[in-house]
Design a protein around this ligand. Structure first.
Ligand code: UDX
Length: 442
């Protein structure tokens, strides 16, 4: 099938590449000339495991092309994906200026039937607005479909190729048929394509992300309780997760959810609810809990250093909002860095992928090292903010030798409390007992 993808950001590039990989003819359109030049010459612009190989193969096979011209991009395409940014406006609602701008242009350029697909996360009612913007200038037949993405950064290719489900909100049989054909190869394993009306599809995306965020904030509150009641959140998590109705996934407490989706989508759903005079109470709490949770380690750090962080130096492992990505949007590490710097401490950080992004944001406010052990040299304590695999079984001897004090504040519960206490560390994590080697000596 001939497909155009407008917007070559994270979602657009994954979508375009994966459709090309399954034999479709894909043209990606972006207004950013430099980006298009780079992509056309075979240089990938984002880090996503497994994507580069598919990208290179399909560029070479000429199934994946890039252009700055919308008219050229959509000329032969029956299917046009809109994968454009929807940044939160000042009031938290999604800003639709990019999507509606392209919709207007499409209306001026279209000459035959096309299915226009909202792939970006957009508030309920957006497809109707896109339809109206196109119909202003184009009188022929066309459909606007909602097909939300459920891609997790770090495993986006796998999520795209083997989706748990494909949600399609379409108003006509013709559009449903086109979409069914397009996604057929991705659901051979038997996972469903769920067809529904457009508004339900639009709301499904927000409901899914908000529900997952709720799960996380709920567990973070259970973790708070565990610390106060002397329970262990790892045990409670396993205890409840084995109930099928609850499920094992997304029950990991930590230092809050971040990234480009959860914070933005929860906020946008609260805003949409307000617009229809509904106060979505649970989600207000989900956001409040998350804000507090990002700084969960700070009181612990302050307690250990008796409120005096001035002149202290902290080694920080992990900057990305989660492992396997270089994305630092709403990353808890940034909030921790901010507080430490405000308190007069300095930070030396390591992350396998996100250093360049943080350097671009913070300049030389903190220092960076090339490997996870160099930043420990002479530091007063180690703080862990992202659960990269390479942090899970580190060389503890190297840590002990390099750190000034044997102290670890772990926002991701990477280590067994008893084992680390045995190694002589003072160790604080989330929702579990404090390991204090001095205590047992008393
Ligand atoms: C998410 C959704 O999973 C995806 O379906 C949607 O399309 C986009 O948003 P992503 O932002 O890539 O994907 O990250 P995800 O892996 O879902 O994690 C989101 C955040 O939740 C991260 O900050 C992560 O650290 C946190 N998290 C996740 C927890 O704190 N505990 C958990 O148990 C799981």
């Amino acid at each position: 099938m001939k497909i155009a993808v407008v917007g070559t950001g994270y979602v657009g590039l994954v979508t375009g590449t994966c459709f090309a990989e399954t034999g479709n003819d894909v043209t990606c359109v972006d207004i950013d000339k430099k980006k298009v030049e780079k992509l056309s010459s075979g240089q990938i612009t984002i880090y996503e495991p497994g994507l580069e190989k598919l990208f290179l193969r399909n560029v070479k096979e000429e199934r994946l092309r890039f252009t700055t011209s919308l008219s050229e991009g959509i000329r032969d395409a029956e299917i046009v994906f809109l994968a454009l940014p929807t940044p939160p406006g000042e009031d938290g609602s999604a800003d639709l200026k990019y999507i509606l701008g392209v919709a207007k242009d499409l209306g001026e350029l279209m000459t035959d039937y096309k299915v226009i697909i909202d792939k970006s996360t957009v508030p309920v009612g957006t497809a109707e607005k896109v339809y109206a913007a196109i119909a202003k200038n184009y009188v022929g037949d066309f459909d606007v479909v909602s097909n939300p993405e459920f891609l997790r950064e770090g495993v986006a290719v796998e999520d795209f190729m083997k989706p748990d489900r494909v949600v399609i909100g379409a108003a006509t049989e013709r559009a449903r048929k086109v979409m069914g054909e397009l996604y057929g190869p991705f659901v051979r394993s038997g996972n469903p394509i769920i067809f529904m009306d457009v508004r339900s599809a639009e709301l499904t995306k927000y409901a899914a992300n908000s529900f997952l965020a709720t799960k996380i904030s709920f567990m973070n509150e259970i973790a708070q309780l565990c610390e106060r009641l002397g329970a262990d959140v790892d045990m409670v998590r396993r205890g409840i997760g084995s109930d099928d109705r609850i499920g094992k996934r997304f029950l990991f407490p930590g230092i809050g959810y971040g990234g480009s989706c959860f914070p933005k989508d929860v906020q946008a759903l609260v805003k949409s609810s307000k617009e229809v005079a509904y106060d979505f109470q649970i989600l207000n709490a989900v956001m409040d809990v998350n804000e507090k949770q990002k700084l969960h380690l700070l009181p612990k750090i302050n307690k250990y250093f008796k409120g005096n962080l001035k002149g202290k130096r902290f080694a920080l492992w992990g900057l990305a909002f989660k492992p396997n990505t270089d994305d630092i949007r709403e990353a808890p590490a940034l909030y921790i860095i901010d507080e430490l710097l405000k308190a007069g401490a300095s930070v030396s950080a390591y992350d396998p992928e996100a250093v360049n992004n943080v350097r671009a944001l913070l300049g030389d406010k903190i220092s960076f090292t090339e490997n996870q052990y160099d930043c420990l040299e002479g530091a007063d304590a180690l703080i862990i903010a992202t659960e990269w695999n390479e942090f899970r079984t580190p060389n503890f001897l190297k840590i002990v030798t390099a750190l000034k004090n044997k102290v670890i504040f772990d926002g991701r519960n990477l280590f067994e409390t008893d084992a680390i206490k045995e190694l002589g560390f003072y160790y604080e994590s989330v929702g579990r007992a404090v390991a204090d080697p001095n205590e047992s000596e008393k």
